[in-house]
Ligand binder design. Structure first.
Ligand code: FUB
Ligand code: ZN
Length: 676
């Protein structure tokens, strides 16, 4: 373990009180969690079915039958990633339906519930979650195997298709849920289920066993977490094995493909790893330089790599993380904190290819970026990691959910024209309105779990230093240098950059470190007399004896900024985006009319932006107006082409709202980047 690395606080020790974020966390608790439980049980009218509860119950029946020595005949065998009931027929009771990774949706839900229980115990919610835990445990086979897809479609085919069939992905999400449930309730029922599945996996894969690794990463970071929770080194070692075998020759994905082909009498394919870039398995992870392939996979891999670098004090792995981080933030990051520019494979595109209307920018990928950033912060506190983490959280992650928590975006474009999304096959992945649920519903419960665990992104600590990464109002208790103290942070970045941190109780000797965000103008900081301070890597450090009543106040100026992209991003050439603090703003049809591409802004008049508030779906949100111009619309019969003349424009006032709040007033156009 890297000695100077930092840890997030347990969610038992930090409570978010921030006016904005406490509402979001409360919304998840009161509205989203019950809604998603109904979704998992296929109880949302007119929404895509989840099949989660159906599959769990069916698998439990299959397991019970096997235990009783009865013959269990799978309803169907399938190598397909998605299985649906036959057209026009009722679903079969004992068949698996949905995507092969459907189990993971319920695991994420359970993880979110666990975080909520840590913040505030609730016996009814816990009892409901216990039902889910019991359903999962009942679906576990006698040898520990736990994946309803294979239990229901043919267990003998388990572990034959790691590349696409997500067993190790479902395992990873099970582990994440089990650790959170254990932390929340002290119960080890789910943790033992995770251990048993882990044993089943490690009886097959390992340094002196078979080679293999997840086709969709997450097990790596989850296992590292299970190791941190239990101290059982075998989980760290299994994670390390999965990381180190990835991308080595001969490719394990090619080998398993050849085994499947041989069974069908098909000729062998080459076994070199280079074909597997999409899965980040085209080279050993330590050699990686560019973020490539499926974006969520890449972000989850990076998160596992950063954990490994920290927990195994592995400088070579850290250097690979640094390179991948730079690849993302210098060449592949949307201003909204989204990643994964192309819908083709839900993937990263080439450097600087960041289209706005066809953007994929999956909600889960932004969540994965926040995971990666938090882990880099744990490795080494540099404010640039927190800047990106904040950018993802306040913009794309939040945009993934409606303000009422009842519908969700999977894809997060930076420009939307509903008529185009509805008619143009090139935009078929871009939904003009949030959806109630998805056949592939990875994003909604992922939002629930990250927002519910927000406290773990606000601060991290070493034994004598507490880092304030995000200015989100919260009450926290820390043990610094051996003694305990309670701190209160008051902040409301949606309003202004005033932050006050006070010692509410106790006393400690140590250092408090405050991030200087990239968006902030000059910060005025007041610290108690006698406290020694210095700046390093974007943090202001303040070292001293802290006692009840001590206060630090920080005033960050939070001007409206007009930003442009690198000229290498051709999609935003000559366009401007407005930000204030961590928020990216956008124009919506509801305020600015149709044809938002006709708007022209005058970036050098950004000082004339007028801040205001707007009531959107019952929430008072920051907004702004700017002086701008609008190209005159052509007459009805105007020709398509004509001799060039200067564009005719008229004065207009442009209204911008936070990107995360778009599409909460009905269907309409939206644009983040506006033409100069
Ligand atoms: O494959 C599992 C999840 O479904 C991925 O993370 C998402 O991109 C979606 O494909
Ligand atoms: Zn997703």
């Amino acid at each position: 373990m890297r000695s100077e690395s930092s840890q997030p606080l347990s969610l038992h020790s930090i409570r978010v009180t921030d006016p904005f974020w406490a509402r979001e966390i409360g919304l998840i608790r009161q509205a989203v969690i019950p809604y998603q439980w109904n979704a998992l049980n296929d109880q949302i009218p007119d929404a895509a079915p989840s099949w989660w509860a159906h599959n769990m119950r069916a698998a439990a029946r299959a397991v019970a039958a096997k235990k009783a020595g009865k013959l269990f005949i799978p309803a169907h065998h399938s190598d397909r990633i998605e299985t649906l009931p036959e057209e026009g027929k009722k679903p079969q009771e004992d068949a698996f339906y949905g995507f092969v990774f459907q189990d993971s949706d319920g695991y994420k839900w359970l993880e979110a519930v666990s975080y909520q229980l840590m913040a505030k115990p609730d016996s009814a919610l816990q009892a409901q979650a216990q039902k889910a835990v019991d359903m999962i445990c009942a679906a576990q086979e006698e040898d520990g195997y736990l994946d309803t897809y294979y239990t229901l479609t043919g267990r003998e085919r388990a572990f034959t298709y790691l590349r696409d069939h997500h067993e190790l992905y479902c395992f990873g999400h099970l582990v994440e849920a089990a650790v959170a449930w254990h932390q929340a309730t002290g119960k080890d029922d789910l943790l033992n289920a995770a251990r048993r599945f882990g044993e089943c996996i490690s009886s097959k894969y390992g340094p002196d066993k078979e080679r293999g690794c997840p086709g969709h990463e997450i097990a790596e970071m989850a296992l590292m977490r299970m190791y941190e929770e239990t101290g059982e080194e075998q989980w760290r070692d299994l994670a390390k094995f999965f990381l180190d075998v990835r991308g080595t020759e001969p490719s394990t994905f090619a080998q398993e493909e050849n085994r499947r082909r041989a069974a069908k009498g098909l000729p062998e394919l080459p076994v070199s790893a280079e074909r597997y870039e999409y899965y980040q398995a085209n080279m050993p992870v330590r050699d990686m330089k560019e973020a490539v392939g499926h974006a969520v996979r890449q972000m989850y891999l990076c998160s596992g790599m950063a954990d490994e670098a920290r927990l195994c004090d592995d400088a070579e792995m850290e250097a690979a993380c640094d390179r991948l981080w730079q690849s993302v933030v210098r060449e592949k990051l949307y201003i909204t904190g989204g990643v994964g520019a192309t819908h083709v494979g839900e993937a990263f595109s080439r450097p600087f290819d960041l289209p706005n209307d066809t953007a994929y920018s999956e909600t889960c990928a932004a969540i994965g970026l926040a995971f990666f950033a938090r882990r880099m912060l744990q490795l080494k506190p540099q404010s640039s990691y927190a800047d990106v983490m904040e950018q993802a959280l306040y913009n794309t992650v939040l945009a993934g959910m409606a303000l009422d928590g009842q519908s969700f975006f999977y894809v997060n474009p930076l420009e939307a024209v509903p008529a185009a999304c509805e008619t143009d096959a090139r935009l078929s992945h871009v939904k003009p309105v949030r959806q109630k649920w998805f056949g592939c519903a990875c994003c909604p419960p992922n939002i629930a779990r990250i927002v519910s665990s927000l406290g773990q992104y606000i601060v991290t600590q070493t034994k004598d230093t507490l880092y304030f990464h995000l200015y989100i109002g919260s009450d926290l208790t820390v043990n610094l240098g051996g003694t305990s103290m309670s701190l209160r942070m008051e902040a409301d970045l949606l309003k202004n950059g005033d932050v006050r941190i006070s010692v509410a109780d106790g006393q400690a000797v140590g250092t408090l470190a405050f991030r200087d965000p990239a968006w902030a103008g000059n910060a005025q900081v007041k610290i108690p007399a006698g406290v020694k301070s210095w700046s390093e890597n974007g943090y202001l450090y303040a070292k001293g004896i802290w006692k009840q009543g001590d206060q630090i106040t920080i005033h960050f100026t939070m001007p409206v900024k007009a930003l442009k992209a690198s000229p290498l991003v051709k999609e935003t050439m000559g366009q401007v985006c407005f930000t204030r603090g961590p928020l990216v703003f956008c124009a919506e049809e509801a305020d600015n009319g149709k044809n938002l591409h006709l708007l022209r802004v005058l970036p050098d008049q950004v000082a004339e932006a007028r801040e205001k508030t707007m009531l959107i779906d019952g929430m008072t949100l920051p907004a702004m107006t700017l002086p701008g111009r609008r190209l005159k619309e052509p007459a009805a019969n105007a020709p398509l082409y004509m001799p060039w003349t200067p564009a005719e424009t008229e004065e207009t006032e442009i209204t911008l709202i936070p990107y995360f709040a778009w599409n909460n007033r009905g269907k309409g156009e939206m644009r983040v980047w506006l033409a100069e």
